[in-house]
Ligand binder design. Structure first.
Ligand code: FAD
Length: 324
């Protein structure tokens, strides 16, 4: 019997988030001929986004439009999505492994009485089964899992599964009335962003990260300069956050964000296992540390033994020449 998959699209500042297109690709990899993939889009003033999403290979884009859904609120989102879930009866639901996806997925899984798997990094079809790969034990092991029954709910780790490409077609767009927000137990009044808002850390292709070796808040300036030049984001170890050199929003690791950029430049970071848990999936790791014995060098593809305050400005200078 053909299956129906649904992705819950995320958008920010009027743009679809990259992880939504990766979730779409994840759904496509789970699908067989004859299966259909739908997308749900929630928020206010969604016409342009819905039209953009409709250019991707989807059966239908379901728009649940209401200004009260502009800011994420778990209760409002579950309530808004419930009629669609009831009507569509999806066999598989895909969300990004983002702050929203991590929060919403278990609630939707409970609604659907579905199995749930988080932080999936690859999806394959083996012998007619959909096989999900994900890291466990803070990245020390990889497990492969299948569900024994439908429906299921999956979150997809950003930057692992290639983004779906627009097919140029026009998927149907269906508008749904949003459930009333009048008696919600919580209402989001305002969202204050802690990060610079330049490049989202979890979706950045390049991350320049600072540890306790940056010495103080000003020590992040050369890292910011390099990150800006490379169109990347600045991250940090918990050591740097705990020392008050930067905001916890930048923390990468077991208790921070999990990132998988193309290039991760670790500056003055020792390479503690809890930090590595958040960045070991990076494609290329460059470590700058003045201690040649620092554990980060065991993981790094390229290591520079030296003072970050000399090395980082030199790198910026050289990259500037190349990129000029
Ligand atoms: P340090 O270990 O102090 O390393 C600083 C490094 O900078 C040293 O290697 C030093 O040689 C180098 N250095 C100093 N000066 C310079 C210079 N001028 N130029 C170049 N190199 C220089 N940590 C995380 O990062 N993320 C997490 O999510 C996280 N979660 C944790 C959860 C738990 C339950 C626990 C117990 C710990 C967690 N930690 C986490 C903390 C982790 O164990 C380490 O303490 C932390 O990562 C160390 O940060 P650091 O590498 O910046 O500092």
């Amino acid at each position: 019997m053909s299956k129906t998959f649904l992705i819950v699209a995320e958008h920010r500042d009027g743009k679809l988030r990259q992880v939504t297109l990766e979730a779409l690709q994840a759904a496509a990899r789970s699908a067989q001929d004859g299966d259909s993939i739908h997308a749900a889009l929630l928020g206010g003033s969604l016409d342009a986004l819905a039209s953009e999403l409709a250019t991707y290979p989807l059966a239908k884009v379901h728009v649940i439009e209401n200004d009260s859904l502009n800011a994420y609120n778990p209760e409002a989102y579950v309530r808004a999505l419930t009629p669609l879930l009831d009507a569509l009866k999806p066999d598989g639901l895909f969300l990004g492994h983002t702050a929203i996806g991590r929060d919403l997925a278990p609630a939707l899984a409970a609604k659907l009485s579905a199995g749930q798997l988080s932080d999936v990094t690859a999806i394959d079809q083996e012998g007619g089964e959909v096989v999900f790969t994900r890291p466990i034990y803070a990245g020390k092991a990889i497990e492969k899992k299948t569900f024994r029954a439908y429906p299921w709910v999956v979150t997809v780790r950003p930057n692992n599964i290639p983004a779906a490409e627009a097919a140029g077609g026009g998927a149907a767009i269906e508008k749904h009335a949003a459930a009333s927000a009048a008696d919600l137990r919580t209402v989001v009044r305002d969202v204050v962003r802690k990060t610079s808002g330049k490049v989202d850390l979890t979706e950045a292709k390049v991350i320049v990260s600072g540890g306790r070796g940056v010495k103080n808040a000003d020590g992040f300036k050369p890292l910011e300069e390099l990150a800006d030049l490379l169109g990347g984001a600045v991250g940090a170890s918990r050591g740097a956050c705990d020392a008050g050199y930067c905001d916890y929003a930048l923390q990468i690791g077991q208790t921070g964000k999990v990132v998988t950029p193309e290039i991760y430049i670790a500056c003055g970071i020792s390479g503690a296992i809890q930090h590595v848990a958040g960045m070991s999936g990076s494609r290329i790791i460059i470590a700058i540390n003045k201690d040649p014995e620092a554990p980060i060098f065991q993981l790094a593809d390229y290591g520079i033994v030296g003072d970050l305050f000399e090395v980082v400005p030199l790198l910026t200078q050289e990259f500037r020449k190349v990129l000029a």
